[in-house]
Structures are given as structure tokens and as C-alpha cells.
Design a protein around this ligand. Sequence first.
Ligand code: DOR
Ligand code: ZN
Ligand code: ZN
Length: 418
Amino acid sequence: MPNFDLVFREARILENGADTTADVAVQGGRIVAIRPCVAGTSRIDVACAGRWLLPGAVDMHVHLRDPGLTHKEDIASGTKAAVMGGVTTVCDMPNTLPPTISLATLRAKADRAREVAQCDIRFFVALGKDNIGDIATCIGEPSFAGVKVFLGATTGELLTETGILERAIDALPVLFVFHAEDESVLLRNRGIAGPTPDVTSHHKIRPAQAAVEGARRIAALARPGMRLHVCHLSAADELRVLEETPGLTCEVAPHHLWFTADDAVPAGNLLKVNPPIRVESDRTALRSALADGAIAAVATDHAPHTLAEKSQPYLIAPSGVPGLDTMVPSTLMLVQQGCLSMARAVDALSTAPARILGLADRGLIAEGLRADMYLWNPSSTWTVKKKDLATRCGWSPFENIKLAGRPDGVWILGRRVA
Ligand code: DOR
Ligand code: ZN
Ligand code: ZN
């Protein structure tokens, strides 16, 4: 009888942030030994030979469109894109049809996921008009990730009403994640671009001020012990508000780390996204905040829409870009380019989001944790092509851009999935 199910031999791993070579043994879906040389036999040996063995990425912000909008994506296709790209846990957002606003809608998604999901998946429930009691009944469900709050209107009709938020935060001891563009600023700026706005005005109609006001509202609510998290930071000024508020966590999306308004205008509606792609000084500030840890996590805000939907006129075309196929390769490209240390990249992709979500069983290569991991060759590259993508929407804002290579192999609970 072999002692292990799987042993990765001579893998490059991060041990307390340090670059180390070790054997990593897996048994029963868990990592059971990490040593310079693991003695004993295994059913499967993987010779790593200089490649990194990294903890599976945890994407805490995806829109899988299932149920109701499955022509854009569904749980099967979205989680396939995840695993192909090294993502082993995703958290789905509630703006589906019907929206996730109750225990019944949460359980319906979890039941579907049990049948078709390729990776582990959790679901955020939206705080709506008056569903605090409904959300309370979701606490304790294994698939419940936390509460999603929309401070400003974006894709879908979900908007959290004033007064409800304060009551919810008092009543529910859970993680709250915010789409933090402030609705009053959005309404004030509606007419700013004249009667026929086009994509060049998107970042003026939804200015950085909206994100700053949203961040201020959240900062004003923060108290010790609360779990408040700001989604998709997009502006340098937003960072300043958050830096002054200990205890808040935040994430940045790859499209805000990679693109500026100069890219967004020629891309037409493809880079129309909320919050918008902003200017170079914002991108630079976001990159350095990710590098120094002020921004804890990378999350995609994977928001697939079809090319047909995106090619409608500006005012009708939906906002959002897909990102699951490319999150890990784009972030590791920042390492290859010298913008980010390997330790910060792995922390932002895996360790920090697992910690924010309260998932203590993942996010690191460590004994006792889930064997969710991927193997990555640090000298590999991938120039993104449509044909390589698994997302149902079939396109990526990173097409024809050279990223780091995709994983050579991906394992969830010790089972090879890609
Ligand atoms: O651009 C966006 N698209 N921002 C959001 O907040 C929602 C998302 C979507 O669901 O399409
Ligand atoms: Zn959002
Ligand atoms: Zn989103």
C-alpha cells in the first residue's frame, strides 16, 4: 500500500514568504507532509523540477450569471474558466435572475453547483429593500459567503436603501462586501456628458468622487470586530480614505491594474465597466498599493457579457469584463515584470482572500490544509487568444496581450482538475 495519494517532488514553494524547495505529500485531499525529502511511496508522483507549487487562487468576486443569464456564463462554464486559470475557489455575486436574496435562492444555487461546479463555490446574498431577516436565516449555510451591498446602481436592479445598511451591519455578524460607488454622486453626474454620451465619458459620468464618497460612507460605519470589505478599488483618492480606516479590507481587479482610459476609449464598450477604468495615476497608485499590501487581495469582478451585447450603443451596452481565465496569469506577469514580489502575488491571489472570507482550510501550501494547488513554470508566457478561453462569453480584454503562462496542472482536494 502506498503511504500517499500524491507527492509533488522538488517543488518550489513559499514557506513563510521564503523561496524553498521541498516535497509536498497529499493524502485524503489534504496536504499531510512538507519536507526536503518525503520518504515513502505514492500512487502518483509529480516531478516539479524548478516549477512553483502554489496555493489555488481564491477569487472572492465573480458573476456567474446562473440562473437566468446563462447565455453569458453559467456555473459550469465559469468554474471551468476558473480551474483552467488556477482558481480553485470562487464567490458568486447575487445579481442573477432571480437575485440571491433569501435562503431559498441561496440553496437553489448551491444545489446547482453541487451538480456542475468544477471548483469550490460560495455565494453572496444581496442586501435589498428589507431582507435582513432572510439573510439571518442564511448564516450557517456552508455555501453562504456573506452580504453584498450595492451603494450605487450597476448591472441588475439591486440597490441598498439608506437606513437598511446600518441596521444590517448591527444585526448580522458576517462579512459585508461593497460595490462602493455612491448613488448620489452618480445621479449628480448623469447629465455631465451632454445628451449623447459615449464611451469617452464613462469615467466622467461615474467619477472617482463616487468611489471616494462610497468609501467614506463605509469608513464611517467601521467599528472594531466588523468585517467590511470594499470591492474593486479604482482610484488613488479612494485608497487615501481606506488607509485612514484600520480594519477595512479591499480588493483590486486586474483590469484596473492593467488598463487606463487611453486603452478603454479604443476598446469601445469592451472596457466599459463599473467602476470605470481611470487614468494612469490611478493605475500606478493601485499597483503600488497592491505591492505594499495596502490592498490585500486581487479579485476579478468577472462580469461576462456577450460581444453582441457589448457592440450595442454606449448607453445600452452592459458594463463588465470577464476575468477568470486571466487573473492568475495577469497577476504573475506583474511578478515577471518586477512590479510585485512573488510573496505578495501569492498572498493577494490566495492567502488574503481566504482569510477575509474566513476559509481557514485553504490559501497556503501548509500541512493540514486542503490540497488545492497549481503548478506554474516561472519562465512560461501566454499571449491570450480567444480560442484559449473557457468563459462562455468568449472574449477577454487581455486578448493579444502577453501574460505569464497558465498553470501546468491544477488540483482540488488532491484531484487533478486541469
Ligand atoms: O461593470 C460591472 N459589471 N460592475 C458591476 O458592479 C456589476 C457587473 C455585472 O454584473 O455585469
Ligand atoms: Zn461592483
Ligand atoms: Zn461585481
